[in-house]
Design a protein around this ligand. Structure first.
Ligand code: SAM
Length: 273
């Protein structure tokens, strides 16, 4: 399929504000589809159809692709590149503005895997949107800036270890599956990328518990220079002393900082507070 020809024939103008850096290269696109682990039994949800290059690679390995695209100018291009595929549905909508109920109606309440080459500016909101949802999301495989991949895969104590790292690990296992040179995109962006897969395989926390732990994590990392005792005082009835006691019960000192705590330790700390 000649995606570039379809783009040129329609005099399409790339919109920087929508993060329109399209991927090409059949081998790379098939590799990303494989990274998401899609099988012929899977429904895959893609965010950002673009010209349909990744959509096509996904469609050949999975049962069905539901792909969301915000830019209707791409419709005539997609009619050329995707119309022969009976297992692809493009929904022209901003996926971040859709409720769980709306998404559940579109997916028929079926479990799904997310796989997407997303605009960088929606990386955190998109990952959090699917991590926090009540939908049956099996995994999230997305292209991210190489630096964000380092954050998502960082170990405690690493300067890259932050709230996004912990949010993702509270719900599952994060793996970087490959790096992608900026040259694989058109227009060429200013940064290199990586593909990360978040397998949402942790089910031990209820939605209510997850919300509470998320709140602790958010506040704990609000000021990285401050100790947990100072950052979290508002969460304990006993103020700073209450946080101190909770840390002591976990064998942590008064000077402990957010970046030292494992995701499971944030769960414990939330329970103690
Ligand atoms: N999947 C294509 C590819 O790999 O070549 C296009 C990827 S491009 C990086 C991102 C696409 O997401 C663009 O087509 C853009 O218009 C679309 N997009 C941006 N924000 C969106 C949103 N909130 N919901 C749905 N699509 C969005």
């Amino acid at each position: 399929m000649d995606f570039n020809a379809a783009i040129k024939e329609n005099n399409f103008r790339y919109k920087k504000q929508l993060g329109q850096n399209f991927l090409s290269g059949t081998n790379l696109l098939s590799a990303i589809a494989a990274d998401c682990g899609a099988t012929p039994d899977d429904l895959v949800l893609e965010v950002g159809t673009g010209a349909g290059a990744l959509t096509r690679a996904l469609a050949v390995v999975c049962k069905k692709v539901i792909s969301f695209e915000i830019d209707t100018d791409l419709k005539p291009i997609q009619e050329k590149t995707l119309s022969d595929l009976s297992n692809v549905e493009v929904v022209y909508s901003d996926v971040l503005k859709m409720s769980d109920g709306e998404l559940s109606a579109i997916t028929n309440n079926e479990p799904f895997k997310v796989c997407a080459n997303i605009p960088y500016y929606i990386t955190a909101p998109l990952i959090l949107r699917f991590i926090n949802s009540s939908l049956s999301v099996k995994s999230i495989t997305v292209t991210v800036q190489k630096e964000v991949a380092s954050k998502l895969t960082a170990a405690p104590g690493d300067p890259d270890y932050g709230s996004l790292t912990v949010f993702a690990r509270l719900k599952g296992t994060v793996t970087k599956t490959r790096d992608i040179s900026r040259k694989a995109f058109f227009p060429v962006p200013d940064v290199d990328s990586s593909v990360v897969r978040i397998e949402l395989d942790r089910t031990d926390l209820s939605a209510e518990e997850f919300k509470k732990v998320n709140n602790t994590v958010k506040i704990a990392f609000q000021n990285r220079r401050k100790t947990l005792k100072n950052n979290l005082e508002s969460l304990s009835k006993g103020g700073k002393n209450g946080v101190s006691a909770a840390l002591a019960a976990m064998g942590k000192s008064d000077t402990a900082r957010a970046e030292e705590l494992l995701p499971d330790e944030f769960i414990k700390l939330t329970q103690l507070l």
